[in-house]
Design a protein around this ligand. Structure first.
Ligand code: FAD
Length: 387
């Protein structure tokens, strides 16, 4: 395993960093306060190829590898987690599910517009009564003629209000639980599909999260993604991708939080000297720096597995689990370093503290990541554990 970056990966990282510093940083506070997704910024990011970063060139994308794609998520999240996650879910969940399971016609129809951000993508799996257990979902897709009639409710659909295309999961054989799920590509103007208001959330306020309602929504058979009752493997592969993406988001957020804490501690004076000279503060900084390097190693390793065509699900779950907790701990300690200023909305650390909390839930909770990691350990002993 050689994790040193190639010239091309270095070039991509510099491009991502430059864009994030020049274009994203100046908007991050406004995005949080206005609770509006920055559509102009998305257009600029799309012009740089970010919305199509992992989509192959044949479908209008850039075709970058996982190592580079993780650096895109990392660099964006150093400045704005909402922006990083908007782009991260559009690519890892929506676009790459179409690339993964779509017919040639579906790929040609959707991926070039998604790469250009003319159609932003969303992924509608969770329901009010089915979160960690998608097999219990109650949205139904009933076969009618040459299409399907969808009825049900999806919750927590990120990018919902700005998406042009949704990858939606519904039960075609409810008794079969996860083996009876089917994926569909649903365009935003399809009759029978309506969206709720943006969910009020404690953080990630630039991420457009909606509830979706399907009432006799007719989806043509040509928009079924993969086989009937073949949705579960599509979901599992999407989970692997989004977990690695969110681990990279955690890395960027952790680095940014540490940088804010160090800058504050180097300036703030108490008892006649900078608080950087206090061992309690030094310990916070040291622990954060160690966690960040450990997380970087987990992300690089999972990306290396993905880039070399190996199974990266367990590694992605480990990175996501460790990363979400590390980002939360680091944001917490760096907020503490700021003292009362950390609790003020005038200081960016409070935004990171609120935003990173979602990383322990979205893309599968901490508890589900632990299950994935433990399952792999017990499989080696011939024991199949259940969530
Ligand atoms: C910011 C944000 C964005 C999101 N974006 C999307 C999106 O774009 N698309 C989408 O489909 N969903 C999205 N989600 C939903 C997210 O995937 C779910 O919230 C998550 O999977 C957990 O489901 P739940 O909220 O229903 O919690 P539940 O599944 O009800 O879990 C509640 C608690 O019980 C624990 N628990 C449940 N089952 C087990 C078990 N077997 N063992 C141990 N503990 C267990 C959980 O870990 C959790 O602590 C988003 C969520 C957030 C917060």
């Amino acid at each position: 395993m050689d994790f040193s970056l190639t010239d091309e990966q270095n070039m991509f990282r510099d491009l991502f960093r430059d864009f994030a510093e020049k274009e994203v940083a100046k908007l991050a506070e406004h995005i949080d306060r206005s609770e509006e997704p920055p559509l102009d910024l998305f257009r600029k990011a799309a012009a740089q190829g970010f919305f199509g970063a992992p989509i192959p060139e044949a479908y209008g994308g850039v075709g970058i590898d996982w190592q580079s794609y993780c650096m895109l998520a990392e660099e964006l999240s150093k400045h704005c987690l909402s922006t990083a996650i908007t782009i991260g879910l559009h690519t890892s969940l929506a676009a790459l599910s179409i690339l993964d399971a779509g017919s040639e016609e579906q790929k040609q129809n959707y991926l070039p517009s998604m790469a250009a951000a003319e159609m932003i993508g969303a992924f509608a799996l969770t329901e009010p009564d089915a979160g960690s257990d998608p097999g219990s979902m109650s949205t139904l897709a009933e076969k009618i003629g040459d299409g399907y009639r969808l009825n049900g409710t999806k919750s927590w659909v990120s990018n919902g209000g700005i998406a042009g295309v949704f990858v939606v999961f519904a039960a075609t054989d409810p008794k079969a639980r996860h083996k009876g799920l089917t994926a569909f590509i649903v365009e935003k103007d399809t009759p029978g599909l309506t969206l709720g208001y943006r969910e009020p959330t404690m953080g990630l306020r630039g991420l457009d999260i909606r509830t979706m309602y399907f009432e006799d929504c007719i989806v043509p058979e040509a928009n079924r993604l993969g086989a009937e009752n073949g949705g579960w493997p599509i979901i599992l592969r999407a989970f692997d991708r989004v977990r690695l993406t969110l681990a990279a988001v955690s890395l960027g957020a952790a680095e940014a939080s540490l940088a804010l804490g160090v800058t504050f501690a180097a300036e703030r004076k108490q008892f006649g000297t900078q608080i950087a000279h206090k061992q309690a503060i030094q310990n916070y900084v040291a622990d954060a720096a160690v966690d960040i390097e450990a997380l970087r190693g987990l992300v690089r390793h999972a990306a290396w597995l993905a880039d070399t065509g190996q199974d990266f699900g367990r590694a992605a779950s480990m990175a996501k689990y460790f990363g979400a907790r590390a980002a939360q701990n680091i944001a917490n300690k760096m907020l503490q370093t700021h003292g009362g200023y950390g609790f003020s909305d005038e200081y960016a650390i409070s935004r990171y503290y609120r935003d990173v909390r979602a990383l322990r839930v979205l893309g599968g909770t901490d508890e589900i990541q632990r299950y994935v990691v433990a399952r792999a350990a017990f499989e080696e002993k011939g024991i199949r554990i259940q969530p």
